[in-house]
Design a protein. Structure first.
Length: 135
């Protein structure tokens, strides 16, 4: 792992954090998440006027979701940040799977030249380039 990476070694586990939320927090976040999902699905599959209206609704709902989840009264303060080291590092959401801590690539978004996994935190492109050794 590159010493100067801003990516934490442990991922953000939404299910684990969800379990720590109060029923009121879960209800607020869940309702807005459903609104965002439905609006996104409609916007993706239907043309105007419903598609246009839902594209805007999705953007509004995603903003509300972000505020409900990480704003005041949201999840545990800074649950997505690991500040136990010399500098804070972010916990990347677990839905993405493995992420290279040197360049940020993932299985679904590999390096342009192609890469695989050297280990759980470094891709083969970064190891091959020497980037992982000196950040």
């Amino acid at each position: 792992m590159a010493d100067d990476s801003n990516i934490a070694t442990d991922a953000f586990d939404g299910a684990a954090v969800w379990a720590t939320l109060s029923p009121e927090q879960q209800a607020r976040i869940g309702a807005v998440a459903l609104e965002a999902a439905v609006a996104g699905a409609i916007a993706e599959y239907l043309r105007d006027p419903a598609g246009r209206a839902c594209a805007e609704a999705e953007q509004i709902a995603l903003g509300l979701l972000r505020e409900a989840a990480i704003g005041e009264g949201g999840m545990i303060d800074r649950a997505w940040i690991d500040d136990t080291g010399l500098k804070p590092r972010v916990r990347i959401p677990s839905v993405i799977g493995l992420v290279c801590q040197t360049c940020g690539c993932s299985q679904n978004d590999p390096c342009e030249e192609g890469c695989g996994w050297h280990d759980a935190v470094t891709c083969t492109a970064c190891v091959g380039s020497g980037e992982a050794a000196h950040g």
